[in-house]
Design a protein around this ligand. Structure first.
Ligand SMILES: Cc1cc2nc3c(=O)[nH]c(=O)nc-3n(C[C@H](O)[C@H](O)[C@H](O)COP(=O)(O)O)c2cc1C
Length: 267
């Protein structure tokens, strides 16, 4: 599937069929998990989702609304190192695109409110911290008479800046540079609480990625890894083969809001 169509149509799946994923596909998912894991982050497939759901009901997910699925994938980030969080999320999103190709739906589940000892006991995360799970399974049939809920997305003009933070970009300039589609589709990436904290500064031949945070909405490096994955994949379909380079620079401050510099991409 073309990456732009994939992004336009993708959405989180929270209702699953009460049926296990076929054994061969589970083997394939295990292979993917093994392949994308590294020293800094490991992926594990939990085949028996029942116990996980029972133990996390009321505490896992947004406000304790745990998502019930036949299986879960966990990502275990070693030492909570920033780079590992970013690339762990990047690779989880790669896995999600592969799962979608196999007809499997998924939704990220936030485990921040779950006691760390319970996480370790339940998910066996000896070396690191398992902050997120991915609920996976066959999507339940949709009610054809119910209106589909669509998560809101902000406009390109609120996300992309010209040369420096705060200077809005002229959409004609984006079109002339052939970047309008890329920024249009990238907005459909998922983010924690759908906050869409990504901001892009277009400066000469580079795109700089920053992540917004504040006292109320904490920095989520996972969201950075997710957008980096889709950005690279979309750029590739346009013939641009670059990869993000992480950058370490003092935050950009704007009143109550802070912006963390994440990376640079040559366009
Ligand atoms: C890191 C992360 C954590 C998330 N945690 C949860 C969660 O705990 N519960 C939930 O229902 N959705 C969760 N989501 C799904 C987002 O709310 C969802 O991606 C966003 O609202 C956009 O909707 P869409 O994915 O359908 O486009 C999470 C997404 C991300 C990226």
């Amino acid at each position: 599937m073309l990456m732009n169509n994939f992004l336009r149509n993708r959405k989180s799946i929270r209702d699953f069929k009460n049926r296990d994923i076929d054994g061969m596909l589970l083997d394939e998912i295990t292979e993917y998990c093994d392949r994308i894991g590294t020293e800094g982050y490991r992926f594990s497939l939990f085949q028996d989702g029942k116990d996980i759901f029972k133990s996390l009901e009321g505490i896992g997910g947004y406000a304790g609304v745990m998502i019930k699925s036949p299986h879960y994938v966990g990502v275990n980030i070693k030492g909570s190192k920033e780079e590992n969080i970013i690339y762990g999320a990047y690779n989880m999103e790669y896995l999600i695109t592969k799962l979608t190709e196999l007809g499997i739906g998924s939704c990220w589940i936030n485990l921040n409110d779950v006691d760390i000892n319970l996480r370790k006991e339940l998910l066996g995360s000896e070396e690191g911290d398992m902050d997120y799970l991915l609920a996976i399974g066959y999507p339940a049939a949709k009610n054809p008479f119910a209106a589909e809920s669509i998560s809101h997305r902000m406009g390109v003009e609120d996300m992309v800046y010209d040369g420096e933070m705060g200077k809005h970009i002229d959409m004609v300039q984006l079109q002339q540079r052939g970047l309008d589609d890329l920024f249009y589709y990238i907005r459909f990436a998922p983010s924690s609480y759908n906050r869409q904290p990504w901001r892009f500064v277009l400066k000469d031949d580079r795109v700089i990625l920053l992540l917004m945070y504040s006292d109320e909405e904490e920095l989520s490096l996972v969201d950075a890894g997710i957008i980096m994955y889709y950005f690279e994949a979309l750029a590739k379909t346009m013939g641009i083969e670059d990869k993000w380079t992480l950058i370490d620079r003092a935050d950009y401050e704007d009143g109550e809001l802070s912006y963390r510099y994440i990376g640079e991409f040559k366009i």
